[in-house]
Design a binder for this molecule. Structure first.
Ligand SMILES: CC(C)(COP(=O)(O)OP(=O)(O)OC[C@H]1O[C@@H](n2cnc3c(N)ncnc32)[C@H](O)[C@@H]1OP(=O)(O)O)[C@@H](O)C(=O)NCCC(=O)NCCS
Length: 244
């Protein structure tokens, strides 16, 4: 197997990014068993980033094939509301009546209604000027555990720090222990309690939760590999470009 190389996103990568999002959507595993509509799923988690802020996206390539991505946003206030994307697909793709999507959606309505009875608010987008940027990252299995994630995130954090962005946040599944450990390794810390995600269930029927994590870029230690970040995943070679 060749070396994984990290590079900037190009328009031709769009389909690969959407495919990877779909194939890793359930905490790194395929999400089709839970949500059987690739177009709406990929659009929800990647569409805004590839189409409105492609300069903040980067991909990992193995033997000429895209095997992972990081999608970033420097100012989270700019992102289109996920509700608007969902609403568009509800109508255009008939998601409320499709067998592969309807159960999650109707269960979501039930979860939200029960939450409202208990006085819980609706899940809301996180906006805080201390951590204005955010990211999404996903790698196919063959690209994992080789330092690729570290190279992608360190490069992103370095770019933000160079541009004097105050900090970065992300949301991951609270049940995704590997991702939480990885983001901790990259200097992110959990903020607030895990919040239940409407509609989603484990194969055993347990609810899933979202965990907010934040990392300041104006104080504290630099993340591993982040000062300055490498552009290549491990193992490093003599030709490594240390990046800007
Ligand atoms: C999470 C993910 C981005 C991490 O990227 P990666 O390239 O596999 O991680 P790296 O090899 O760069 O790991 C860097 C460090 O993070 C920590 N880490 C990474 N994965 C870990 C895991 N599964 N469990 C515990 N620690 C982990 C380790 O400290 C590791 O350092 P080490 O290799 O010296 O032990 C990647 O595995 C992935 O895409 N997973 C599936 C999808 C996913 O969960 N995405 C996140 C959704 S928010």
């Amino acid at each position: 197997m060749g070396e994984v190389v990290v590079r900037g996103y190009a328009g031709d990568d769009r389909d690969a990014v959407r495919r990877i999002c779909w194939e890793t959507g359930y905490m790194g595993d395929p999400v089709a068993w839970q949500w059987a509509d690739r177009e709406s799923f990929a659009d929800l988690f990647t569409g805004w980033y590839t189409d409105h802020e492609p300069g903040s996206a980067r991909v990992a390539e193995l033997d000429g094939r895209v095997v992972g991505y990081l999608l970033g946003c420097r100012d989270s206030r700019r992102v289109r509301s996920p509700g608007a994307t969902v609403a568009r697909h509800l109508v255009a793709r008939g998601l409320l009546v499709r067998p592969g999507t309807a159960p999650v959606l109707w269960r979501s309505l039930g979860d939200v209604a029960r939450g409202a009875v208990r006085g819980e608010g609706l899940p809301a987008a996180f906006v805080d000027d201390r951590w204005p940027a955010h990211l999404h990252i996903d790698l196919l299995p063959e690209a994992r555990s080789q330092g690729v994630g570290e190279a992608l995130v360190a490069g992103w954090l370095n770019d933000l720090a160079v541009d004097d962005v105050a900090g970065c946040h992300l949301e991951t599944w609270a049940e995704n222990d590997g991702a939480i450990a990885f983001f901790r390794h990259m200097g992110f810390a959990p903020r607030g309690r895990p919040t239940p995600m409407p509609g989603l269930r484990s194969p055993e029927g347990h609810r899933h939760h979202s965990q907010l994590m934040v990392r300041s870029l104006r104080d504290g230690p630099a993340p591993p590999g982040g000062a300055p970040p490498g552009r290549r995943a491990r193992p490093p070679t003599e030709s490594d470009d240390p990046g800007p």
